[in-house]
Design a protein around this ligand. Structure first.
Ligand code: NMX
Ligand code: MLT
Length: 426
């Protein structure tokens, strides 16, 4: 399992001791209060989960292991995965070792996964194909086999790392296969041994990329979507399933099913649809006035403006800013890029007028699609698959860490509405 295993093997026993001691000494410290709004409102803002891989302060956005995202946009995804797992960036030797590990594993992807995807209806959603691919590979889980053999609790993180490395090595291969199959792009393209993880995913998708800019976009894309603390739907689902000691294949596949929802990862497909529909309606890049009217019509129809708002953030998402800067460099004259930029000027003011909306600013999904579209990746229903490949890094690193310190099975207490009403009447 290479150098990443060795670093974690050194870190994890100390982390476990530290956290167990901390809980023992401070377990009864009160850290907040729970209201009826929390119980009925998706537990928004309730600080009741632990996630050490990243945090999302509402006024700053994503911080990975103490490093703000804007300082990491020049890194490649493998460096980010190492950072998520260990708390520091890898040396060049450690990075090479992780890359070799992933490349060697990618070659060993079992053939049956392609056959299973082949049997699905050709108009299945690409997310359903991807999730099925990850789930069916559960057959390879090392964790499940070691659990059956009776491994000790302190060992749980090791086969979780092993399963995670396989999932990370295999998921771009499955994702590229899904793209080529679902959209009739021809045969599977073999990996290029000289490319990194993100570059190889771009290569296996098979889009024209004469200047390598699409590969750069994919490296950025995979870095930006890697993790977003523990409470978002996909991370939380993965964490909850993993806490039952289901292996990483079960847990990641479950998390990806959550990412497939339109209020979560699927918003990127909805968002580009919305942008293109404005352009179609107004015959090109709409004016600010036209966009204002269109946004208002969307709201009047009882729909959300996709790509705007966030459950945690109260600023423009730094991931949006990073994509915007990339677009400014590579395609400032692209009409879709220009429309996204103009929407950014108009929509926050429209949303600000609606009192119930807590965050009128764009999130990551408001931008990603425009850049994919520029490079010829025009099949919107595929966009959440790209998000998924990246988010697998966050879900896997969170699983490794929580298995490392021995987190308990998740089991909050639910109560019927009659009980809440009794509390309110006291
Ligand atoms: N357009 C219209 N209405 C909105 C929007 C929006 N962009 N954002 C929030 N609202 C509504 C929201 O539906 C809710 O209405 P109601 O009480 O009638 O159910 C009300 O405003 C209060 O919502 P908030 O407390 O501001 O946001 P919440 O935490 O509930 O939801 C999102 C967060 C992200 C689900 C919400 O802002 C949204 O639906 N945005 C559009 C979809 C989107 O872009 N999702 C992507 C999220 C990021 N990701 O990468 O996963
Ligand atoms: C994410 O990246 O998971 C989204 O921004 C949603 C969230 O954090 O709630």
């Amino acid at each position: 399992m290479g150098k990443l295993h060795d670093v974690l093997a050194e870190q994890i026993p100390a982390m476990r001791k530290d956290i167990k001691g901390f809980i023992k000494e401070n377990g009864s410290t009160v850290i907040g209060e729970v209201t009826i709004a929390h119980a009925y409102g998706g537990m928004r803002g309730l600080k009741a989960m632990v996630c050490d891989t990243s945090e999302v302060p509402p006024d700053k956005g994503l911080i990975i292991r103490g490093i703000p995202l804007k300082e990491l946009t020049g890194k490649i995804p493998e460096e980010i995965f190492w950072l998520l797992c260990t708390g520091r960036l890898p040396s060049s030797e450690e990075l090479k070792d992780l890359q070799n590990e992933l490349k060697a594993r990618a070659k060993r992807i079992p053939d049956y996964v392609f056959k299973v995807i082949d049997t699905m209806p050709s108009d299945s959603h690409p997310m359903a194909m991807l999730d099925t691919g990850v789930l069916v590979l559960e057959h390879e889980s090392r964790y499940r086999k070691r659990y059956a053999e009776g491994m000790t609790k302190d060992e749980y993180w090791e086969p979780t790392l092993e399963d995670s490395l396989n999932i990370l090595a295999w998921i771009p291969v499955i994702a590229a296969y899904v793209y080529r199959k679902a959209f009739n792009k021809g045969d599977r393209i073999p990996a290029d041994p000289n490319l990194d993880w993100g570059g190889n995913y771009a290569h296996m998708l098979g889009l024209k990329d004469p200047d390598g800019e699409f590969k750069d976009l994919m490296r950025l894309y995979l870095t930006l979507h890697c993790d977003h603390e523990g409470g978002n739907v996909s991370a939380h689902t993965c964490h909850c399933v993993g806490s039952a000691l289901s292996d990483a294949f079960y847990a990641v596949s479950a998390g990806l099913n959550g990412l497939a929802g339109p209020l979560h990862g699927l918003a990127n497909q909805e968002c580009l649809k919305w942008i293109l529909s404005t352009m179609e309606k107004f015959g090109g890049v709409p004016t600010e006035k036209q966009l204002e009217t269109y946004a208002q019509e969307t709201l009047n129809a009882g729909k959300v403006v996709p790509g705007y708002g966030h459950a945690v953030l109260r600023i423009t998402d730094p991931r949006f800013d990073a994509f915007h800067a990339f677009g400014k460099k590579v395609c400032p004259d692209d009409p879709v890029y220009q429309t996204v930029s103009r929407v950014f000027k108009v929509v926050p003011d429209v949303l600000r007028k609606i009192q119930k909306i807590k965050d009128p600013w764009p999130n990551v999904d408001a931008h990603s699609g425009a850049l994919l579209y520029h490079f010829g990746l025009k099949e919107f229903s595929y966009y959440t698959v790209l998000f998924s490949v990246s988010r697998t890094m966050g879900m896997c690193s969170q699983l490794i860490v929580s298995r490392g310190w021995g987190e308990a099975i998740e089991r909050p207490k639910s109560m019927p509405t009659t009980w809440f009403k009794t509390q309110a009447a006291r």
